[in-house]
Design a binder for this molecule. Sequence first.
Ligand SMILES: NC(=O)c1ccc[n+]([C@@H]2O[C@H](COP(=O)([O-])OP(=O)(O)OC[C@H]3O[C@@H](n4cnc5c(N)ncnc54)[C@H](OP(=O)(O)O)[C@@H]3O)[C@@H](O)[C@H]2O)c1
Length: 170
Amino acid sequence: MVAAIWAEDEEGVIGVNGTLPWSLPGELQHFKETTYGQAILMGRKTFDGMKRRALPGRLTIVLTRDSDYQVDSENVQVFRSRKEVLDWYQTQDKATARDLFVIGGAEMFTLFDGCFERLYRTIVHGRFDGDTSFPENFKLNDFCEISSVTHASDEKNNYGFTVKTYESKK
Ligand SMILES: NC(=O)c1ccc[n+]([C@@H]2O[C@H](COP(=O)([O-])OP(=O)(O)OC[C@H]3O[C@@H](n4cnc5c(N)ncnc54)[C@H](OP(=O)(O)O)[C@@H]3O)[C@@H](O)[C@H]2O)c1
C-alpha cells in the first residue's frame, strides 16, 4: 500500500522553519503506531529539519536531486527521483515488502499525488504561523472518508486533534 500521512492546522499549515509548528505527543504516537515497521518517505528539507536522524523501527527514504547527498545509516536510503522510489516499492521481495508512507513535506504530497491508496490526515484544532501548507490542489475528492477520531487536548497536548482516514475511490 502507498499512503500519505500528515498533520495540518485548521487552515492547512503543515510546517515552519523546516519543522512542525506544534508539539503534540499524542499525534506523534498516532504517527508512530501507523508507520511502525514500514517505509517512510520524505523530502530532503523535512529530513534536514529532523537533523538527519532516522526514526526507529522504520526504513527512512529521503528524496533529493543532489547527487552528493549522503546519509551514513543503514536505516536510510536516498533516492533521486519519483521513479526510483516507485521502482523500489514495486520490486520489493514479497515476503518482506513494506508499505510506503509519504510523510511530507508539501512537495512530496504533490509529487506522489495520484499514487495514494489511503490517506491519514490529522487536523490540529488551532491556527499557527507557518511557511508551508498542504497543497491546495491536492485531489481530496478522489478519496472517501472511512473514519474520524477526535482527541481532546490534555495536560500533554495543548491542542486537540482529529485523525481522519480516507480510501481512494479508484
Ligand atoms: N505537518 C506535517 O505532517 C509535516 C510532514 C512533513 C514535513 N512537514 C514540514 O514541511 C516542511 C518542508 O516541506 P517542503 O515542501 O518545503 O519540502 P520537502 O518536501 O520536505 O523537501 C523538498 C525537497 O525534496 C527534494 N525533491 C522535491 N522534488 C523532487 C524530485 N522530483 N526528485 C528528487 N528530489 C525532489 C528536493 O531536495 P533537494 O533540494 O535536496 O534537491 C526539494 O528541495 C517542513 O517545515 C516540515 O517540518 C510537515
